[in-house]
Design a protein around this ligand. Structure first.
Ligand code: SAH
Ligand code: SF4
Ligand code: F3S
Length: 475
């Protein structure tokens, strides 16, 4: 087993000392400067932004969503598709205006996009508005990097290639109202699906120690958190790099044993590593939601092989059947890529037929996007953008029809939900989630946020359910 790379507690303490120095410097005038953190991409990035905000809060910054009010702007980027990168570049370019209006404003760009050398170079050359660039592997030393920019009055670029480390003890400022939380259990990915940039920018798979995860989960529950989502690019391979043989199912059991009323969810699961033990554990642990995000990507064996997904259509269908045997009420969602290089009409038909066979509760569909440096980027592709769009539209229509049908089947049922926020709307003012993660809009007193409730589903559409709270239910 390879040596685990760990950022030591002393290294994190040094960063916190730098935060204290920055605090002295920036609050010396009696004012509280403001920071803005803008996040793109997946839940991993959202969890990283909670760390960036944790550090910024220790430095003494307050927070704003208005770039014209911000003294420090951090843009946490995603590289998974070209569209995500274009949005980031457009928005970073537009920061010229706020920087002109607010001399001294510091603009930092971090995250997956800038971990790619060509993107870091592009920003260096073409985006002079950017003062600081750092990749996901450098996040733990954000205070030192920001300090260099502030005291050296120079641009700092720090995104060297790395396999990645595990850093514990970074302060966190969590998003939201405290009802739900992300909890990263592992970082990186080893799968190298042929289309995907994530393994190149996030490094190799590395698991946090079970003790650190349990301690964080306990603290969340003690603070009133009712819904914990365990995060990783491929949570099913949790623990493979740890010495003590704890796997993901064991970890769920340990978290399930923490006293308190809360729920456990997780994402994402790779089909090649999903096991019967996992499904058994999900069914047996009363706090674990019967919800599984199991990206299939394609229904065609030829495409799956060229994607390097390491399973075929039959294996996927068997897995779904097995999971449903343990959890007949399982809510199953997936990701699908349309227009992978050389995906034919026949391949696409196979994807449609798989979706009809499985009947996913929701599908996240993407048009293939070429990523520099990945094997798929050099695969020949005779199909046009119009072909891909046509397939995408057909798949979206199918996904929407099935979601609407599945939602309609809930009408008249009574379900347990967690009321997790306000919608800001007058008619249905509360948002809640079923154990399976389906969104239910409700009417009720805002003081119910954070409470479990029993609701009767009265209406539905493609995206959500609508319900009435059963007032006689004992909270
Ligand atoms: N680790 C997760 C997903 C990470 S990325 C998993 O393996 O399931 C989220 C989704 O983005 C993927 O499931 C895939 O459907 C999509 N995706 C990744 N790379 C892509 C690309 N180059 N073009 C289009 N979609 C992509
Ligand atoms: Fe990308 Fe595949 Fe890893 Fe998911 S499992 S992050 S799709 S390489
Ligand atoms: Fe994007 Fe990085 Fe997540 S590429 S999807 S933010 S891991």
């Amino acid at each position: 087993m390879k040596q685990r790379q760990i950022v030591s507690i002393d290294q994190i303490r040094q960063q916190e000392e730098i935060c204290a120095q920055i605090f002295e410097r920036i609050t010396a005038g009696g004012q509280r400067p403001l920071a803005m953190v803008d996040t793109y991409g997946c839940q991993q990035n959202e969890a990283d932004s909670e760390k960036l905000r944790g550090y910024l809060a220790e430095m003494g910054y307050g927070f704003t969503k208005d770039e014209f009010q911000a003294d420090v702007i951090v843009v946490n980027t995603c590289a998974v598709r070209e569209h995500a990168e274009m949005r980031v570049l457009g928005n970073v370019g537009a920061l010229n205006h706020s920087k002109k209006a607010r001399p001294g404003q510091i603009v930092a760009v971090c995250g997956c996009m800038v971990q790619q050398e060509h993107m870091a170079e592009k920003i260096k050359k073409s985006y002079p508005v950017v003062d600081l660039v750092f990749g996901p592997h450098e996040l733990w030393r954000f205070p030192a990097l920001l300090d260099q920019v502030q005291t050296g009055r120079k641009r700092v670029f720090s995104a060297a290639p790395s396999e990645g480390a595990v850093a514990e003890g970074i302060p966190l400022q969590r998003d939201g109202n405290g009802v739900k939380a992300w909890l990263s259990v592992m970082y990186g990915c080893n799968n190298f699906c042929s289309y995907c940039i994530v393994p190149y920018v996030r490094g190799r798979e590395r698991s946090r120690m079970p003790g650190d995860i349990i301690a964080e989960a306990r603290a969340l529950v003690a603070q009133g958190c009712r819904d914990i989502t365990l995060l990783g690019q491929n949570v099913n391979s949790y623990g493979k790099d740890l010495p003590d043989g704890v796997d993901f199912a064991d970890l769920i059991r340990m978290i399930n044993d923490i006293p308190g009323e809360f729920r456990i969810r997780f994402m994402t699961s790779h089909p090649k590593d999903a096991t019967e033990k996992l499904f058994q554990t999900m069914a047996a642990c009363e706090k674990c939601c019967h919800q599984l995000h199991l990206p299939v990507q394609s229904g065609s064996d030829r495409v799956l092989k060229r994607m390097n997904r390491c399973y075929d259509r039959e294996k996927y269908l068997q897995l779904v059947a097995l999971a449903r045997r343990y959890m007949p009420d399982l809510v199953l969602t997936t990701d699908i890529i349309v227009g992978f290089p050389d995906e034919s009409e026949e391949d696409f038909e196979d994807t449609l037929s798989l979706c009809e066979a499985v009947r996913f509760d929701a599908m996240f569909t993407f048009i293939y996007s070429k990523r520099v440096g990945t094997p798929a980027a050099t695969m020949p592709d005779p199909y046009t953008r119009a072909d891909k769009q046509r397939h995408f539209d057909a798949l979206t229509a199918l996904a929407n029809r099935i979601s609407a049908e599945k939602h309609r089947a809930y009408e008249g049922q009574t379900l347990r939900v967690l009321i997790d926020g306000e919608t800001g709307k007058d008619d249905y003012n509360l948002a809640s989630r079923t154990d399976g993660g389906r969104l239910v809009h409700l009417k009720g007193d805002p003081s119910l946020v954070g409470r479990f409730a029993e609701v009767r589903i009265t209406a539905s559409n493609t995206w959500a359910l609508y319900g009435e709270i059963n007032e006689s239910f004992e909270f």
